[in-house]
Design a protein around this ligand. Sequence first.
Ligand SMILES: [Zn+2]
Length: 143
Amino acid sequence: MHEMSIAAAVVEQVDAAAREHGAPGVTRVRLQVGELAGVVPQALDFCFELACAGTLVEGAVLETEQVAARARCGSCATEWEVGMPPDLGCPSCSGGSSGGVLGVGVPGGGVSGGGVELLSGRELQILDVEWAGHPHRPAEQKG
Ligand SMILES: [Zn+2]
């Protein structure tokens, strides 16, 4: 199960970070999930609860922030929301639609031989963690 391994990895990271900070526990974990990451939020939520049992993360609320998938055409620089299922053909010049689906399945959205670049949608990262006890938040990132 895809979500289980993701949840386990997230819990492991947050648990390690909590120990590093000397935090007694974790109240909230914010996770950025791209539209194309192939993650079902409800399933991830369920797996997260299972994965955090017995760790410092136990009892924390998992908040997932979904990121819309966007692509850009290399030929005419048009940007568009890819949507689900992903539509990687340029709406302006129809460029990049040849050669099948590009970028999807490649970590980092790498594209080879195509004119379409995947700008976002494959994110899967921890945005923010709220420690129990003393509230400490890493610097907010905008964008
Ligand atoms: Zn185009």
